[in-house]
Design a protein around this ligand. Sequence first.
Ligand SMILES: [Zn+2]
Length: 223
Amino acid sequence: MTRPALTSSPATPPLIERPLTMTVHPPIPAAGPDAEAAAVLADALRRAADLPGVLMRRDVELGPAAQLTESRCTHVPIVHLGAELAAGPLAPLTGTLAHELAHQALGHLRTRPLVVWWACHQLTLMAGVLALALRSPWCLVLFAACVAARIIWARISRTQEYQADAYAVRLLDRTGLPGLDITTSTLWAGQHHDTWWYRTVGWMTGTHPTAAARVRHLHRGRQ
Ligand SMILES: [Zn+2]
């Protein structure tokens, strides 16, 4: 049996005039045992933190790190896990999850001074660039204000890191895990990210204290 040839009316313009192009994305990895373990851990920790829920996303660009964001509508915390971290040993994953959920439990994402000083930093930076373009001597004042705002903002952020470390220990203890040991080993595992420059001067404008400073702070008063 012969099929009728597919023809189009000459009056009907073709729907597609150019050849289709297609972008091929790498396949999304299926949830494996590491994802299941992370889900169980996250659920236990969010109960310990008295949080209504938690979402976890795997982000290949984060590598061995993690990041906390929040759903704008529901305020549910979203923990973005680097692929390396999610697929690696369980102890750093546990310590990192506890730390990120501690940030959420302490309300750090919505801390007003942090938001205000970040806005000051950005505004003085933009004003300074504009003043420089206009050859105004005010650019020096504005850049000095920009650096000052950055230092204050970074200091608030570093204080929050110390607070999250301490609260992560409590969350882990509540779930029956050795909180101090896990948090300490997680911090030491990341110490190679602290370059010589960051350990000596860079930390002053950085959002995170060095790993050594965090461990010292965590153990202070515990001996
Ligand atoms: Zn943190």
